[in-house]
Ligand binder design. Structure first.
Ligand code: PGA
Length: 214
């Protein structure tokens, strides 16, 4: 049985009480799966003070170190609460004009602070910076649309990403559900998934984890 890496991305969702309710309803601890939940900055401190059955991640990081950067959250500040960070999500690339140059600075800051990185790419031709821990292949058209890539195409793209980047853990993201997760992770090159919408519901996310091995 291969070890799986399954991450949830809450995006701009959940208040403190909603996050606490999620944690109270999430009662499973699946064997052989590393589970990382990436929450808004406002919830990092709230959740880090609890005993959690998952690892905590942020969804973004400042490209700058601590200092005079109004509105930014530095890697060192995140590391106080979380071990993981998502960098390069397509929503950041598109809606916040994040370029490869900015992403390189974010990766550098995260690495310096000792954060582990989930680096998102929309295809196998997008550059991958060295030093990232996990790559997530997320075709833009599959995010939040209910449409997924086919498992065999995702496997082939991920095979190319692994050959090019030498990153050993590469996962698929885009409309993954409890019903389709096994079709992806049963592919030889796919090491797990990144879930957005489904991760917002503790029952649906637990079902996704339980179904991962088919
Ligand atoms: P989705 O989002 O599961 O809602 O498609 C995936 C993502 O954006 O990481």
């Amino acid at each position: 049985m291969k070890h799986l890496f399954i991450a949830g991305n809450w995006k701009s969702n959940k208040t403190r009480s909603e996050a606490e309710a999620w944690v109270a309803k999430y009662t499973i601890q699946p064997e052989n799966i590393t589970v990382v939940i990436c929450v808004p900055f406002t919830l990092l401190g709230v959740l880090a003070s609890k005993k959690l059955r998952f690892l905590l991640g942020a969804q973004d990081v400042s490209p700058f170190p601590d200092g005079a950067q109004t509105g930014e959250v530095s890697a060192r500040q995140i590391k106080e609460f979380a071990d993981w960070v998502i960098i390069g999500h397509s929503e950041r690339r598109k809606n916040f004009s994040e370029t490869d140059e900015i992403l390189a600075k974010k990766v550098e800051q995260a690495k310096n602070a000792g954060l582990k990185i989930i680096y998102c790419v929309p295809d196998d031709s997008t550059g991958i910076l060295s030093g990232v821990d996990v790559v997530a292949y997320e075709p833009v058209w599959a995010i939040g649309t209910g449409k997924t890539d086919t498992p065999w195409n995702a496997n082939s793209v991920i095979t190319n990403i692994k050959a090019k980047s030498q990153v050993p853990t590469v996962i698929y993201g885009g409309s993954v559900t409890a019903a389709n997760v096994a079709s992806f992770v049963s592919q030889p090159a796919i090491d797990g998934v990144l879930s957005g919408g489904v991760s917002l519901d503790p029952e649906k996310f637990s079902a996704l984890l339980m179904n991962a091995y088919g």
